[in-house]
Design a protein around this ligand. Structure first.
Ligand code: CP
Length: 304
């Protein structure tokens, strides 16, 4: 695994190896002994051209736990702001010694151009490209569910909300279905994908039908920043489309609740559900550090 750009590139062996590494890192609470600090004297560059709390900070912590130095490029005070391209920015940082690039960008498919750069040891991790993919989020979600259920085989998972513009939903559809889960999705009609967008899932116009008897419900934020529709959540959104208390009663008794964050309390998900006993939301965030360490360790280093 040279890069992690799309979940389509992940086979079951990669996923199993990443989860085995993540479990081991979790057992050690991320405190790797010096002998396992595989990234000692390596420099990891975080380039987030879009806002982030969880992904950016957990990749930073993961990199530090593995012994790496971390440098962050802040787009608004970088020369990206003066018209320099992202490709030239990567080349600049490569020249300074960076080999690992964790990149978030609003443009879907931004890595297509970056992959034209051929440099020894250069590695990319997609930290979210537009509405296309967010592979590390899907891996940490699957890891969290395997911790809870042991296996994803025949687990029923419902994803509710702005599925059309969600890179999390797209990456999760690939990873969770590859591990045997059955996925239903629903949300406002303008924010529903077509079957060809998301062939791995069953699409429901009625959120209640999508949630009925599932083991897990995952809420999503409405991503107004992506445009493409005039739909805007209003005060009725939670009851009509979101993870409300009433809707959750239609799922299996004691169904677990997930959300990739950032959460919009009482819009996409009821605030009491977020803080309730069946919420996995903080567990997802906790596991994000170990899974991201595992992704980096699995990708390894090429000594150049
Ligand atoms: N889940 C997620 O990508 O959160 P951030 O945008 O805070 O990184």
């Amino acid at each position: 695994m040279k890069h992690l750009i799309t979940c389509k590139e992940l086979n079951a062996t990669d996923i199993e190896a990443i989860f085995a590494h993540a479990s081991e890192f979790k057992r050690m609470k991320g405190l790797t002994p010096v002998s396992q600090k595989q990234f000692l004297n390596q420099t990891v560059s975080l380039i987030f051209v879009e806002s982030s709390t969880r992904t950016r900070m957990s990749f930073e912590i993961a990199s530090l736990n593995l012994g790496a130095r971390v440098v962050q490029l802040f787009p608004e005070i970088s020369s990206l702001n003066k018209g320099e391209t992202l490709e030239d920015t990567v080349l600049d940082l490569y020249a300074m010694g960076c080999r690992y690039f964790v990149i978030r960008h609003p443009q879907s498919g931004i890595f297509d151009a970056l992959l034209n750069i051929k440099k020894p040891g250069l590695k990319y991790i997609n930290a979210g490209d537009g509405d296309r993919e967010h592979p590390s989020q899907a891996l940490l979600d699957a890891f969290t569910l395997i911790e809870k259920f042991g296996t994803l085989k025949d687990l029923r998972i419902c994803i509710l909300g702005d599925v059309l513009r969600s890179r999390v939903a797209k990456s999760n559809a690939i990873v969770l279905s590859r591990l045997g889960a059955k996925i239903s999705v629903s949300g406002p009609k303008p924010l529903l994908p077509s079957k060809s967008d998301l062939p791995e899932v069953e699409i429901f116009e009625s959120p209640d039908d999508a949630v009925r008897d599932v083991d897990v419900v995952m809420g999503l934020r409405t991503q107004m920043e992506r445009g493409g529709t005039t739909f805007k959540p209003d005060s009725s959104y939670l009851d009509t489309y979101g993870v409300s208390k009433m809707r959750l009663k239609l799922a299996k008794k004691d169904a677990w609740v997930m959300h990739p964050g950032p959460v919009q309390r009482n819009v996409d998900i009821d605030s009491e559900i977020i803080d309730g006993p069946n919420s996995l939301i903080l567990k997802q965030i906790e596991n994000g550090v170990f899974v991201r360490m595992a992704i980096m360790a699995h990708m390894g280093l090429e000594m150049v």
